[in-house]
Design a protein around this ligand. Structure first.
Ligand code: GLN
Ligand code: ZN
Length: 764
């Protein structure tokens, strides 16, 4: 039997982010729906074609989405939140998708968008399905079938539709009413739609369907595990002659092997890059009638794969298992599209990388080698991987020595909070309930143009600095006029909070086009960590110092923390993530030292990615949380007690790691509370959190201006749970995506509401 290659999905943004540009134009009424459809069609055609010319045997269909692939399934099932029902008038189309994802106005009533949250432990955000008791589902959006027909029409024959499996879909959703029911009660209703669509797929003479059940990598409650057998038995009883590839990724699945092997499916896909399953064990436990698809090409990192190594392993497996496929570890949506669009990278370094198109090439190379029993081409492919070890710029002995000296036991060596707090209060002299912002201010087109003019060499560094200072001056002025208490310089010099530090540290390289979808039309361009990390020179000091020179108020310095730097980059794979974060922490520690010398009295270390780094399996949480905390403590390990350390986190479920967040012992934590309501605040209260808390009093993702009254009410409610001595008032995240109009009005209201409160509680 021939070994086959396949990908689990291809990036849908297009090589030049065509989808993003088209979506945004469509939302702004700059292009018609027809034009948007044309652009989508061209991306899908391009994707299939690229995979085909690179000899991928089975081409994925269903990886495209106008906004999000989980939302695709919601629409397929007709799962539209009730509040939108009137708005859409029973028609489910592309606009429905955008309403649910972005919110809308109906009869002057604003309809909230559905919640968005992170897709497992990635930086991709999906739209959370909403469920209610006795909900029924109807086969509604036929997008997947249309895309199958479209591919057939384009003469792509070996196509493989993709669906998120019913159990994973239910697991990912939220109950929107408090009445007691289990999401699993909805399973039968959901399955009826899955049966309908599978029957339709079968009519098209398709052999294989990829059904994604990535939750099999989690440690699931028993009743969820039991649901698998039940659900797949029902599918089998209602459809035959269609092969199901049960697809897992992001982690190992051996702990669920007894369940998996009982399921009436025809194959299993396993992520061998992010999971550490023993291949022999899996091979021995899975029926020989099944296909096993081994995911060996990383969908989540950009390093070339050591194909020769995998060749040896897979060839030996093939002896006992003729039905073998080779695939990407997970969907390639987490990888950039095309390495050939990088024109500025050093040639040698570029040769270490592989983006989605190159990953297809890797897949076909190894598949061909195994089928032909000839690895000669693989050796050449892997050569650059070995050369990497000897590349001089990767190693920094000084850094390595420092890391060795630190050892494995890092503690929080600052004085206790009460002592620090006294020193800080005396120095900072802030009013009670101080107001501040999270760091960034609107990134207008002139700020962006200034940066890109400098980058492309159109203007000199002096000119750039002069103009950048103008922006900072303006931002400081505006904050003074608003009468905020702790000011920021506004981060206009930063395109992105991670890429900016990546550009200014040794050990990173930056790409021109290495974009990855984060959510909807938002893409990020993660920097790549190729070597030991060290600071070239002070990074933020110049700007912070300048901003501070303009005002008598305190300006807060702004850094991106080590965990977020690691998780929002493509990390190197030759040293451990722990080591990488230690290196980043040391570089940041030097930066803090210089900021203190420049008389910066408050420093914020952003860690918005902290929660997302949690391993999928709860049993592995503690070890991650330990090093996450240690990296924070290492960063602040020589900070003066009088310097106030803030940290910021957002848009995650913090409940289950609250103890660890508290143990960071930052002087002030600003945390998103406008969406998660007062539950989080209560939690801090119940735990007698002694340090200070910055309350995110309004949602920065919405263009709505929060009224004074709304903020005031929020604060009064919060005050019931937390003493005003301990809290700050701020928006729930940075303001870079908003317009100046919105920002000025919202902050005006925020300050006003706080002042009213101060008056009210002045006697205390
Ligand atoms: N300081 C950053 C900003 O204001 C924080 C962004 C974030 O939390 N994602 O943009
Ligand atoms: Zn944030």
């Amino acid at each position: 039997m021939k070994v086959l290659s396949h990908t689990l999905g291809f990036p849908r943004i297009g090589p030049y982010r065509e989808l993003k540009k088209a979506q945004e134009k469509y939302w702004n009424n700059q292009i018609t729906k027809k034009k948007l459809f044309d652009i989508g069609y061209n991306i899908r055609k391009f994707n299939l074609n690229e995979q085909k010319v690179n000899n991928i045997d089975l081409l994925p269909i269903g990886d495209f989405a106008w906004y999000d692939h989980v939302l695709n399934i919601s629409l397929m099932l007709g799962n539209v939140p009730i509040r939108f029902k009137e708005e859409i008038n029973n028609i489910i189309n592309i606009d429905t998708m955008f309403y649910i994802a972005r919110g809308s106005l109906h009869d002057k009533k604003s309809l909230n968008a559905s919640k968005m949250t992170k897709w497992f432990n990635t930086n991709y955000h999906y739209i959370v399905p909403e469920f209610y008791k006795n909900q029924s589902f109807h086969f509604s959006s036929k997008e997947l079938l249309n895309e199958l027909d479209e591919a057939i029409k384009m003469n792509f024959n070996n196509i493989k539709p993709i669906l998120i499996g019913p159990i994973t879909y239910l697991w990912l959703g939220n109950k929107i009413q408090n009445n007691h029911f289990s999401r699993l009660e909805l399973l039968t209703n959901i399955l009826s739609v899955y049966i309908e669509i599978l029957l339709e797929i079968k009519k098209r003479n398709i052999q294989w369907v990829q059904i994604d059940e990535p939750i099999l990598a989690l440690e699931l409650p028993k009743k969820w595990l039991q649901a698998f057998k039940n659900a797949y038995d029902i599918l089998r009883d209602n459809i035959n002659n269609i092969n199901i590839l049960l697809t897992t990724y992001f982690g190992s699945i051996s702990h669920n092997i007894e369940l998996i092997k009982m399921l009436p499916v025809h194959g299993i896909h396993i992520d061998l890059v992010n999971g550490k399953d023993n291949i022999e064990y899996i091979n021995n436990n899975i029926s020989k009638k099944w296909i096993i698809s081994f995911g060996i090409i990383s969908g989540r990192n950009i390093w070339k794969t050591n194909l020769k190594k995998w060749y040896d392993i897979l060839l030996s497996i093939k002896k006992s298992r003729p039905l073998l496929w080779i695939g990407s570890s997970c969907s390639l949506i987490h990888s950039p599209v095309d390495l050939n669009l990088e024109f500025k990278l050093n040639k040698k370094i570029k040769n270490w990388f592989s983006f989605s198109i190159q990953k297809c090439k890797e897949l076909s190379l190894i598949t061909k080698a195994i089928n032909n029993n000839d690895y000669s081409e693989l050796v050449q492919w892997s050569e650059s991987i070995y050369s990497r070890k000897f590349f001089k710029d990767i190693t920094n002995i000084k850094v390595q020595k420092k890391i060795l000296l630190i050892g494995n036991h890092i503690i929080n060596n600052r004085k206790n909070y009460n002592t620090r707090s006294l020193l800080q209060k005396r120095k900072l002299k802030l009013p009670f309930i101080p107001t501040t912002t999270i760091g960034s201010f609107p990134q207008t087109s002139d700020v962006r143009k200034l940066r890109s003019d400098f980058k492309s060499g159109f203007i000199s560094y002096d000119n750039y600095k002069k103009n950048m200072k103008k922006h900072i001056k303006n931002i400081i002025n505006i904050q003074e006029n608003l009468d905020l208490d702790v000011l920021v310089h506004g981060e206009p010099e930063r395109n992105d909070m991670v890429e900016y530090f990546g550009e200014n540290l040794n050990g990173f390289v930056i790409t021109e086009n290495g974009w990855v979808q984060s959510y909807g039309s938002r893409c990020v361009k993660p920097p790549i960590i190729i070597g030991d990390i060290s600071r070239k020179k002070p990074i933020t000091v110049y700007w912070s110092k300048y901003a501070q020179s303009l005002t008598k108020k305190i300006v807060k310095g702004m850094l991106t923390g080590p965990i977020t730097m690691l998780l929002w980059s493509f990390p190197r794979d030759d040293i451990s993530p722990i080591e990488i974060t230690k290196q980043i922490a040391l570089a940041l520690k030097e930066e803090i030292y210089d900021l203190e010398k420049a008389n910066i009295k408050i420093i914020q270390i952003d860690e918005p990615a902290l929660r997302e780094g949690l391993p999928l399996k709860k049993s592995e949480w503690n070890s991650y949380l330990k090093w996450a905390k240690e990296s924070f403590h290492l960063t602040i390990s020589s900070t003066k007690d009088v310097t106030q350390i803030h940290t910021h986190m957002c848009y995650s479920e913090f409940k289950d790691i609250i103890h660890d967040i508290i143990a960071l012992d930052a002087d002030v934590i600003s945390i998103e509370t406008s969406r998660s309501g007062d539950n989080l605040i209560k939690l801090f209260k119940n735990l007698n959190y002694p340090n200070e808390l910055g309350l995110g009093v309004y949602d920065i993702h919405s263009p709505n201006i929060p009224s004074i009254n709304k903020i005031k009410k929020f604060l009064i409610k919060a005050l019931k749970n937390i003493s005003f001595k301990n809290f700050w008032v701020n928006p729930d995240c940075g303001l870079k995506t908003r317009t100046w109009e919105e920002v000025k009005q919202s902050l005006y209201n925020m300050v006003k509401a706080t002042k009213i409160l101060r008056k009210k509680y002045n006697n205390f």
